[in-house]
Design a protein around this ligand. Sequence first.
Ligand code: ADP
Ligand code: MG
Length: 539
Amino acid sequence: MLLRLVFVTVLLGSSILVQFKDRESLIAPPLLVLYGLIATVYILTFIYIIVFKRLGPSLRFAYVQIGLDTLFVTFLIYVTGSIASVFSFLYLVVVVYASILLYKRGSLIMATLCSIQYGVMIDLEYYGILKPFDTEAGLTIQGYEESYVLYKIIMTMVACFLVAFLSSLLAQQTLRTEKELKAKQKDLEQLEAVNASIVHSMDSGLLTLTSAGIITTFNRAGEMITGFSREEVLGRPLSSIFPHVVQHAASSDAPLKKKPYRYDVEFKKKDGTAGYLGFSMSSLKEPDGKHIGKLLIFQDLTAFKNMEEHVKRVEKLAAIGEMAAGIAHEIKNPLASMSGATQLLKKEATNTPVARKLMDIVLRETDRLNVLANDFLLFARPGSDKIESVELSSAIGDTLELFRKNGICQNRITVVQDLAPEVWTEMDPKHTRQVLWNLLLNAAEAIDGTGTIQVSSKTAEDMVQVTVKDDGCGMSEETISKIFDPFFTTKAHGTGLGLSIVYRLLEPYNGRLDVQSRQGQGSTFTLYLNRIDPPGLLS
Ligand code: ADP
Ligand code: MG
């Protein structure tokens, strides 16, 4: 509608100017007609707008408008000299925009309308039924040869149909490519959404690097594993979060070209905790094979490594235990005979004081050997034949009572207790006592001079947590890493079996032992045991 207005104004306006120069009057009849035409178009456009507001985009309305346009053009051609008019090309313009709006069908209909109107108009004039509009303008139509008139009509028709055909072809093609493009766009958007959700939902961390080592992609699992958020990581070099990985990445450029590689490395999370990372790296390529960076997929192996260590320790203990049990058995019998024989010898009246002293030493040392052999056996075959429900606060309380009376505590160590009442676990009571005893003994041995041991218990969901805390000498990192190894001891007369036994005893109950300690600042051992409902409730 707008284009029509502009077109009419410019075209007819300019022809008014041209005509005006010829006639030197503003009210010559052809000029009046042009004025009228311009006014008609403006009024029509006004009506169109109102109708359009009512109907909205409608195909039928477009047919009406363009159909009226053909009438308008025919009239214009008639007033500007029909067969001699310069405006017959306007038919083609109408046909072209009909093809854009109405495609093939519409443009062919419009071409037909134009042809009929042109033919009828020229014929009527030729046979004198229609008077030429502007008789002063020179030649009338009868002045032309009949063949020329026919030729002109046919050419106009052919031109109309040809243009209708070609331009609708083009319009249709444009429509098709537009549709295809839209479909492709939709596919692409879907594909992108699927891709993004895959990367987002996978359990493994994923990051991509440019060839310069700058991080460009980082998924949600990556955030969980490392503790860094996407915003903190994107655009930064890899070395800022995984310094260890970078060493591997740098040293592995050559094999990288062939296939992905796997590595296990240590790494530090954002909060500083250490962990293990398993990652594989592969080359990131564009579809045409151009290398544009690297792709890293990584998993948090910390829990897995810890488990592995635990399993290794258990296996080691079991192997050593088997051997130790055999030896301990063999040692215990001769040891009993030796200590019995020495005790008899000691009673002999003829003994000199020196001999007595020597025999005391033998007895003391056989006692120690006996303790060691017992430890061995306990460690090797803990034997849990009497599993029953144990009320922890009283079991621990009894053990502490005994411990306070033990020689190692007397006048030196204060034992404080803070126990949650009525907490039950399932365990051999002998084992409960032994575990606690070993921890208490270690705590007391760690205290030089006077000190305090705090024993407390508390519940957490289906677990009980028992802590034994001392203010003794504490341990270095290195010591901590070895204390569960059998025979590891830092004491002159230690066996190094105390904690190994604890470990072994807890195993069948799925119990756990944690340790926290600093050199010179005391140690805290935490026991985790499964908690059960009080047996009274069940019966
Ligand atoms: P042992 O007591 O015979 O040395 P254990 O297995 O009981 O053997 O303990 C191993 C080592 O762990 C000890 O030698 C000691 O160095 C360390 N340790 C255990 N408990 C404590 C503690 N409460 N404070 C400091 N060090 C401890
Ligand atoms: Mg010990």
